[in-house]
Design a protein around this ligand. Structure first.
Ligand code: ADP
Length: 467
């Protein structure tokens, strides 16, 4: 991969590293060069002055010879010129051309007023392979200039040190660069490998493969990201599975009424000599099945709207007891048909609810209908409304078949039925409790259940009390 994260970081840091190394090497070189040169200049100045003082003090041949003897070195050339700049003595013999060059330089220096000794760096134009330092000091006795002492010091020692220094800096720079490069490659690779793995994993997840999830490594940001991706994959898998289950439930629950409707309408279509009684019974079956289908579709539609948050809750204040009596009244026929009695109870007359009356009615009706559905002849249902702390609660208790403990956590799931043999044909849509839960949660309330097989069930809806 060309534009890899590690390549980008490595290139960026290497460029910075190179820049820093070059700047540091160059700065150290300049500092040491200036320092060494300054020292050498001071040294030449000091020697020239001391020799001139010694000669001035005792202006005779032995003293001059002694001074010249002291400067018998390879990198130094000493010359004594008279006041007319004619060479009197030199430390080693040079050809006339060189002597003329020295003389011209001294002449140039003397033409301008300077404090003595005059020291200058001579770099080019003379034919040196390395820079030289030249200096001149007058020899004055009894107030009269006797001549000029000239010194030419080459900087070979300095040049050798400089070359060594450059070599050293170069080696240090290369070593730093190599170590830095490999260290960086290692670190950036270590950092980017899990990111690449996660990239691969998210592509797999996008393709519907939830198995190849990156391992959670470490407690840093990358580890956290891996954990987040894992949890996302888990949720996506659950979502996919529940969607598949949902679709299979719907198609299953729709197939039965469709089969009935199709079969009975075929009878109507094909049997011209059907008796009036039979015709009415057939039409009734078709009507009942169509109604069941309608309920299932309505419940589905309502649940999906509730889950997507497309239903706005319009809260208003209303009296609980008259509202509940009316709801119960509308179920009288069902209750009588099943020979089940229903009582309404309250410990207080004027309990006021602050809720969306339409949706709360749907929730309570679902629970009451469930109680009727799962009760047998002679059973009892009680609807109780009461205040409890800062809540108003509605309990729907029945003496019906009850729910096994293991099923209780799942009854809120869509299409979950304790008795798997039941379908929308024999029971409810399987969506009732999921709808109840959504409605109560939208009211910031809670819904709980207590049940015992063979004893009965109590569903408890609690809403915040707004009075
Ligand atoms: P259904 O349409 O099947 O009643 P629900 O979502 O309303 O779907 O309920 C889910 C399951 O919970 C039911 O299938 C039933 O097994 C169980 N259930 C709900 N209410 C009661 C109750 N009052 N008594 C016994 N079982 C109940």
């Amino acid at each position: 991969m060309k534009n890899r994260f590690s390549t980008k970081i490595t290139t960026f840091v290497i460029v910075i590293l190179l820049f820093v190394i070059i700047t540091m090497v160059y700065a150290s070189y300049l500092i040491s060069e200036n320092f060494y040169k300054e020292n050498l200049r001071n040294d030449v100045e000091h020697r020239l002055r001391s020799h001139a003082i010694a000669i001035e003090h005792q202006f005779d041949l032995p003293t001059i010879n002694h001074v010249f003897l002291m400067e018998q070195k390879e990198d130094v050339h000493l010359g004594l010129f008279d006041q007319n700049l004619q060479l009197i003595l030199q430390s080693d013999s040079l050809d006339d051309e060189w002597v003329d060059t020295y003389r011209e330089w001294i002449k140039d220096q003397l033409a301008v007023e300077h404090p003595f000794p005059i020291i200058d760096d001579v770099h080019t134009g003379i034919g040196f392979h390395i820079p030289h330092i030249w200096g001149v000091h007058p020899i004055v006795t009894q107030g009269e200039i006797q001549g000029y002492l000239f010194m030419d010091q080459d900087t070979e020692k300095f040049e050798a040190t400089k070359a060594k220094l450059i070599q050293l800096f170069g080696i240090m720079g290369i070593i730093t660069f190599i170590i830095g490069f490999f260290l960086l490659m290692y670190l950036t690779n270590k950092m980017s490998r899990p990111l690449r793995e996660m990239g691969r994993a998210t592509t797999e997840i996008a393709n519907g493969n939830f198995e190849n999830i990156p391992k959670e490594s470490g407690s840093d940001e990358v580890g956290q990201l891996a954990r987040d991706i894992k949890s996302m994959a888990h949720q996506l898998k659950e979502y996919r599975d529940s969607r598949q289950q949902f679709i299979s439930h719907i198609s299953h629950d729709l197939r039965t009424p469709i089969t009935y409707i199709k079969g009975y309408s075929a009878i109507l279509k094909d049997s011209a000599d059907l008796k009036e009684e039979e015709r009415i019974r057939t039409v009734e079956v078709i009507y009942n099945e169509a109604t069941r289908m309608e309920h299932l579709v309505q419940d589905l539609f309502q649940l999906s709207k509730l889950e997507e948050g497309r239903i706005g809750i319009q809260k208003e204040k209303f009296q609980a007891l008259p509202w509940l009596s009316q709801l119960i009244e509308s179920r009288t026929m069902q209750l009588e048909k099943k020979n089940v009695t229903l009582k309404l109870r309250s410990n207080q007359e004027d309990i006021v609810l602050f809720a969306d009356e339409f949706h709360l009615s749907k929730a309570v009706v679902n629970l009451v209908e469930n109680s009727i559905r799962y009760c047998q002849s002679g059973d009892e249902i009680e609807v109780a409304v009461f205040k409890e702390g800062k809540q108003v609660c509605i309990n729907i208790t029945d003496t019906g078949i009850g729910i096994p403990e293991a099923d209780i956590p799942h009854i809120w799931d869509r299409f979950y039925r304790v008795d798997k043999a039941r379908t929308s044909h024999s029971g409810g849509s399987g969506l009732g409790l999921a709808i109840v839960k959504q409605i109560i949660e939208l009211h910031n309330g809670t819904v709980t259940v207590q049940s015992q097989v063979g004893v009965g069930t109590t569903f408890s809806l609690c809403l915040p009390d707004s009075t």
